[in-house]
Design a protein around this ligand. Structure first.
Ligand SMILES: [Fe+2]
Ligand SMILES: [Fe+2]
Length: 323
C-alpha cells in the first residue's frame, strides 16, 4: 500500500568515483544490491519506507486472526491458526531485520508505527466478525499478499529479496489453509455456507485495495520499477489476482460480490467493477473500523514487553555482548 507523499527521486548527476555507474550496472544486470554497496538516497528511502510498512503490516496483521484462536472450532483448526499467527510474527522479524540493514534502528522503526508516522496495510483495520473471516483472510488477504510478494523475491535489494523468498513459501501455506477452511464451510450446513459467503462479501473489495491506488495515482511506481524494487504495477497485480480468484470462487461454490465481474475475451482478463477509493483513503487516514483498536493494542503490547528488552540489554551488558 503506497501513499504518495514525495516525488520519485531520479539520480541526475553521475558520481565521479564510478559508484553510481556500478549501482546502475548491477541493477541492469538483475544482480543484487547489498547493504554495504553504494546506493542512491532515494533508493534507500524508498526501500526503507516499503520494507517498514511491510513489517508493520505483518505484526498488525496478527491481531484480527489472533482474535479467533480461543474460539477455533477444533483442535486442528486452532493448531493451524496458532502456527499461522506465529508465522506472521516471524515475517515481521525478517522484515525489520532487512530494514535495519538500510540504517534504521528497530526502535526508530517501531516508533514510526506507534506514533502513526508509518503506515501499515489498511486491510487489517477491518474486523473479524465470524470464524469464516479466518478462512476468507487466508484465501483472499494472504492470496493478495502472495500475488504482490512473489515478484519481490526478485527485488534488486538482496536482504529484502531473500526475506521474501521464505515469506512467500509460508504465505502459500496460509492461502491454502484459508481456502481449505472456507471450502469446508461452503460445503457444510446452510448456516456455515451463509457465513462463508458473508465473509467473502466483506473481504473481497478490501483485498483488491491491498494492491494500492490505481497506476495513474501511484507516482512512485515508475521509479520503483526502474530500480527493480517493483516488477509490476499495482493495476497489473490486481488484475492477476482477480483472474486467479474467479475460478477458485467457482470451486468454492461462493459468489464474488461484484455484478460487473465477467470474462473479457478480447483482453484475455476478467473485467471488474469500480473500487471505492474513498473508503480506501478513509481507512488509510485512520477512519477504518479498527484503526484505533489495532494501534492501541500494539502500543500496549510494546509497553508490556519493556521488561524483556531491559532484561536482554542487561544480560548483553553483563556478558559484553552488543545490546
Ligand atoms: Fe505474512
Ligand atoms: Fe500470511
Amino acid at each position: 500500500m503506497e501513499r504518495p507523499t514525495t516525488r520519485p527521486t531520479t539520480p541526475t548527476t553521475s558520481r565521479p568515483d564510478g559508484l553510481e555507474d556500478r549501482f546502475t550496472r548491477t541493477v541492469a544486470a538483475d544482480e543484487r544490491i547489498e547493504p554495504r554497496d553504494w546506493m542512491p538516497d532515494g533508493y534507500r528511502a524508498t526501500l526503507l519506507r516499503q520494507i517498514a510498512q511491510h513489517a508493520h503490516s505483518e505484526i498488525i496483521g496478527m491481531q484480527p486472526e489472533a482474535n479467533w484462536i480461543t474460539r477455533a472450532p477444533s483442535l486442528r483448526r486452532k493448531a493451524i491458526l496458532i502456527a499461522k499467527v506465529q508465522d506472521e510474527a516471524g515475517h515481521g522479524l525478517y522484515l525489520y531485520s532487512a530494514a535495519e540493514t538500510l540504517g534504521a534502528s528497530r526502535d526508530e522503526l517501531l516508533d514510526g508505527l506507534h506514533s502513526g508516522r508509518h503506515k501499515y496495510s489498511s486491510i487489517f483495520n477491518y474486523p473479524t466478525l465470524t470464524w469464516a473471516d479466518v478462512g476468507a483472510i487466508g484465501w483472499l488477504v494472504d492470496g493478495a499478499a502472495i500475488t504482490n510478494q512473489v515478484p519481490l523475491c526478485r527485488c534488486s535489494y538482496g536482504p529484502y529479496a531473500r526475506a521474501m523468498t521464505r515469506i512467500c513459501k509460508e504465505e502459500s501455506f496460509h492461502q491454502r489453509q484459508g481456502y481449505e477452511s472456507l471450502y469446508a464451510l461452503s460445503h457444510g450446513t446452510p448456516a456455515q455456507r451463509a457465513m462463508a459467503q458473508d465473509a467473502v462479501d466483506r473481504w473481497w473489495w478490501p483485498s483488491l485495495m491491498m494492491f494500492g491506488p490505481p497506476d495513474d495515482e501511484s507516482p512512485r511506481t515508475a521509479q520503483s520499477m526502474a530500480w527493480k524494487i517493483k516488477r509490476h504495477t499495482n493495476d497489473e497485480l490486481r488484475q492477476r489476482f482477480v483472474d486467479i480468484c474467479v475460478p477458485q470462487a467457482e470451486a468454492l461454490g461462493l459468489t464474488l460480490p461484484d455484478p460487473e465481474l465477467r470474462w473479457n475475451e478480447e483482453r484475455g482478463h476478467h473485467d471488474f467493477g469500480p473500487i471505492d477509493w474513498a473508503e480506501f483513503r478513509a481507512v488509510l487516514r485512520g477512519d477504518g473500523p479498527c484503526n484505533e483498536q489495532r494501534i492501541g493494542l500494539r502500543r500496549a503490547a510494546h509497553a508490556e514487553g519493556a521488561w524483556v528488552r531491559e532484561a536482554a540489554a542487561a544480560y548483553a551488558g553483563k556478558h559484553g555482548l552488543a545490546a
